[in-house]
Ligand binder design. Structure first.
Ligand SMILES: Nc1nc2c(ncn2[C@@H]2O[C@H](COP(=O)(O)OP(=O)(O)O)[C@@H](O)[C@H]2O)c(=O)[nH]1
Ligand SMILES: [Mg+2]
Length: 283
């Protein structure tokens, strides 16, 4: 692949400055990534931004990834002593460990304060991550159970930006949004497939073709079944046209509506209807 795609016309520096400011106000950083690309969906500047604060990596959308690959990644993170949990933010029961682990990360510091006779202040946390990894969903799910705003407590900001999650546990109500950092086109394609980058950058046709190629070689079963494809042994564009025919996506003249087909394929894939698929594998 060439290096000529302009993945980021945007304002990386400003975005990072804003996240840094938010992070400076918390004790623990919850970094949400996408389980389908556990490293590429991070931002390599995160280390600088968190300035040594404890960090929990939450690999969300694990239901959309390949379960066996998730397990390999779990081991990969363990081996590197990086706390990481695989969750599905749409399922509240998978999220219980997050506040538990955040507390645990702070235990030592809290114990040291107590020893000195200081009552530890509430543990403050923030959710950060690149776009569309599920930050807002996670915040909503975490805060639904017994959530309360802290605006009327003395000494606490009145803008209601700290949400009480439990005893001595507070979460900033808005996430820190980090721009993705893309080192090569392959990572860019992964991030398009998982929709961390808008489809317009590559165009839906290219993103859909990339997804089809990956499913064809990596996770063909549900893909083939869903669109009742007799064979996958055909060029990608031909397969997409076949899918268009199956879905009866036709233009007025009877010609297959290729763009509509690509769009539908991406919708189906991103809903998990074509099965779980991981793009990035541990090395
Ligand atoms: N399948 C699946 N979808 C999720 C999960 N978490 C979030 N989503 C969906 O992903 C999309 C982006 O989520 P959102 O919370 O807005 O992401 P944000 O941009 O990081 O705040 C929404 O359509 C969510 O419903 C998950 O664990 N599994
Ligand atoms: Mg959001």
């Amino acid at each position: 692949m060439s290096g000529r795609i302009n993945w980021f016309p945007g304002h990386m520096a400003k975005a990072l400055r804003e996240v840094r400011e938010k992070i400076s106000r918390v004790d623990v950083v919850i970094e949400v990534r996408d389980a389908r690309a556990p490293l590429a969906s991070g931002n390599s500047r995160i280390e600088e931004l968190i300035q040594g604060r404890p960090r929990l990596i939450v690999l969300n959308k694990s239901n959309l990834a390949d379960t066996a690959v998730n397990r390999r990644w779990e081991k990969w993170f363990q081996e590197r002593n990086q706390l990481a949990v695989f969750v599905n933010a749409l399922k509240a029961n998978t999220l219980k460990r997050i506040p538990e682990l955040c507390r645990k990360m702070m235990e030592e510091k809290w114990a040291a304060l107590k020893k000195k006779g200081i009552r530890p202040p509430p543990l403050r946390m923030i959710v950060v991550g690149i776009p569309n990894t599920g930050k807002s969903t996670l915040i909503n799910r975490l805060t639904k159970r017994g959530a309360a705003k802290t605006g009327d407590r003395p000494g606490v900001t009145r803008s209601q930006e700290w949400i009480v999650l439990g005893k001595n546990l507070e979460l900033l109500d808005t996430p820190g949004i980090m721009p993705p950092r893309i080192d090569n086109d392959e990572q860019g394609f992964w991030l398009c497939a998982i929709h961390a980058i808008k489809d317009q950058i590559l165009g839906k046709e290219q993103v859909a073709a990339f997804v089809v190629e990956n499913l064809k070689s990596g996770n063909p079963t549900l893909f083939q079944q869903r669109y009742q494809l007799e064979t996958l042994d055909a060029p990608t564009e031909e397969l997409l046209s076949k899918i268009g025919a199956r879905l009866n996506f036709k233009k007025r003249g009877g010609e297959i509506d290729y763009l509509k087909t690509c769009n539908q394929l991406l919708l189906d894939f991103r809903k998990g209807l074509l099965g779980g698929h991981s793009f990035e594998l541990p090395v």
